[in-house]
Design a protein around this ligand. Structure first.
Ligand SMILES: [Zn+2]
Length: 120
């Protein structure tokens, strides 16, 4: 699967987003090292801080399937990841993140997206 294919999976997932407040639908797709794809969407809530981003939704779903740091090769997302999601991407030790930003498709490592990051 190419990064462009993975991004198309994220675009397709975005249709299922639950975003009645912002109407900003975001999809994310993970490529696991075993070749499986796990996707996620943003889910909003009337209490706005309780919403979850598509990237974290996908990673949480993957964790339920037994995925652990190092098991995810790439993550594609239809928007530029927020700071919190960048921290999650570091935690899961992804190789690369592919995302749409201002009409461009960018590829970065988690370290590039969040330099000098917090670690325990
Ligand atoms: Zn986020």
């Amino acid at each position: 699967m190419t990064d462009q294919d993975l991004l198309q999976r994220a675009v397709a997932a975005a249709d299922a987003a639950y975003a009645p407040y912002s109407n900003f639908h975001v999809g994310a797709a993970l490529l696991l090292r075993n070749g499986e794809i796990v996707d996620g969407v943003n889910v909003e809530n009337a209490s706005y801080p309780l919403g979850i981003c598509a990237e974290r939704a996908a990673l949480a779903r993957a964790a339920r399937l037994g995925v652990r740091p190092g098991d995810v090769e790439a993550l594609a997302v239809t928007a530029s990841p927020c700071g919190g999601c960048r921290q999650w991407m570091l935690e899961f030790k992804l190789d690369r993140v592919v995302f749409m930003h201002e009409g461009e498709v960018l590829t970065r490592t988690p370290e590039e997206l969040l330099p000098d990051s917090f670690e325990l």
